[in-house]
Design a protein around this ligand. Structure first.
Ligand code: PRP
Ligand code: MN
Ligand code: MG
Length: 178
């Protein structure tokens, strides 16, 4: 068990929905010529974001998932990215969009992207709902970013603290009262 904490709202459900609508429009234009785009969610954190984003895309969409973990139940990255479940489908020669909840140190997405690149997709772009650039340890920038945030430990909208709070409808920051 972790010590008691409270969650302060940082980004409301309404603000998230509005931003997703904007991003979906941009992506739908960018991929307008696609036969079918493979939208890949990185479990578990992206499950809420991919559900909302995929439904806003005005494109022929295929949904696939990879399960990737580097934090476990800790607040700091292990810097070791474990692939717990690989894609079901093939991506060679295809248009791909990788959907992630947050880029922090950058280890997770940079690892996944180099793996997926080796499978020779035609187009490979990434979207992250949240970006914490101040914490970056490896050079990585998502193609689409929902919100840039300061160095706070955040939860909700898919993001957990020790597997809890993924089901919050908004993004909140964790605070430990004295
Ligand atoms: C979290 C988050 C991102 C990653 C970002 O996943 O969902 O995938 O860490 O951190 P990084 O940029 O420092 O690598 P986590 O390993 O906690 O797994 P989860 O998605 O199952 O919660
Ligand atoms: Mn994750
Ligand atoms: Mg996690």
């Amino acid at each position: 068990m972790s010590r008691p904490y409270v969650i302060d709202e940082m980004i409301s459900a309404k603000a998230i929905a509005a931003r997703i609508e904007e991003l979906a429009k941009e992506i739908s234009q960018e991929y307008a010529d696609t036969e079918q785009v493979v939208v890949i969610g990185l479990l578990r954190g992206s499950f809420v974001f991919i559900a909302d984003l995929a439904r806003e895309l005005d494109l022929p969409v295929e949904v696939d998932f990879m399960e990737v973990s580097s934090y476990g139940n800790e607040m700091v990255s292990s810097r070791e990215v474990r692939i717990l479940k690989d894609l079901r489908g093939q991506i060679e020669g295809r248009d791909v969009l990788v959907v992630e909840d947050i880029v922090d140190t950058g280890y997770t997405l940079s690892h996944v992207i180099s793996l997926l690149k080796s499978r020779k997709p035609k187009r490979l772009k990434t979207i992250a709902l949240l970006d914490k650039p101040s914490r970056r340890e490896v050079d990585f920038k998502a193609d689409y970013i929902g919100f840039e945030i300061p160095d706070e430990f955040v939860v909700g909208y898919g993001i957990d603290y020790a597997q809890r709070n993924r089901n919050l409808g908004y993004i909140g920051k964790v605070r430990f009262p004295e």
